[in-house]
Design a protein around this ligand. Structure first.
Ligand code: THU
Ligand code: ZN
Length: 170
């Protein structure tokens, strides 16, 4: 790399982090503890529907739409492995099959709660799937009993996202 290019490094700056903290806090306040816990509990309940005989790693998801509907999702595996559907993905599919796009437009996700063991967040592919249907949303990580481990934002999980806007569509 030539010297004059060194100022091209990109990392999330303080303003971006503060903006995301403000977004998360504002959404937490607007939704309230009851709704957040309902989402985490719904994700933990959805996890019990998992079909994951190969990984033995059940995951549950609960998607809150911009019009306050909740859709459940869980991971569904196949013997060929790569055809596995992730919990977040099936929640998005459930919402779309119930006409979420028709009713609310492409950006219909307000929050996504996910329940599994461990403290990680959704995989990269699920982050991309969420970015198709939200410019930003809350991501709530819960344990298998439905207790909340952490709450963050999609933009923090997927900064510099590639979105439909980059293709010149809405
Ligand atoms: N899994 C999800 O459902 N969501 C994620 O984002 C992480 C991974 C599932 C897929 C697979 O059935 C199991 O967890 C182990 O990878
Ligand atoms: Zn995933």
């Amino acid at each position: 790399m030539k010297n004059q290019q060194l100022n091209c490094l990109w990392t999330p700056d303080q303003a971006f982090i503060l903006e995301q903290q403000a977004f998360i806090n504002s959404e937490i306040k607007k939704l309230g503890p009851k709704k957040l816990l309902e989402l985490a509990d719904s994700a933990a309940r959805a996890r019990k529907l998992s079909y994951s005989p190969y990984s033995d790693y059940p995951v549950g998801a609960a998607l809150l739409t911009t019009s306050a509907k909740i859709y459940l999702g869980t991971n569904i595996e196949r013997a060929s492995y790569s055809e596995t559907n992730h919990a977040e993905e099936t929640a998005v599919t459930a919402a779309i099959l119930d006409k979420a796009i028709e009713k609310e437009g492409r950006r219909f996700i307000r929050a996504m709660a996910v329940a599994h063991t461990g403290t990680s967040a959704s995989c990269g592919r699920c982050r991309q799937i969420m970015a198709e249907h939200a410019d930003n949303c809350l991501v709530i990580m819960a344990d298998i009993k439905g207790q909340i481990n952490s709450i963050t934002s999609l933009r923090l999980l997927l900064p510099m996202a590639f979105t439909p806007t980059d293709l010149g569509t809405d």
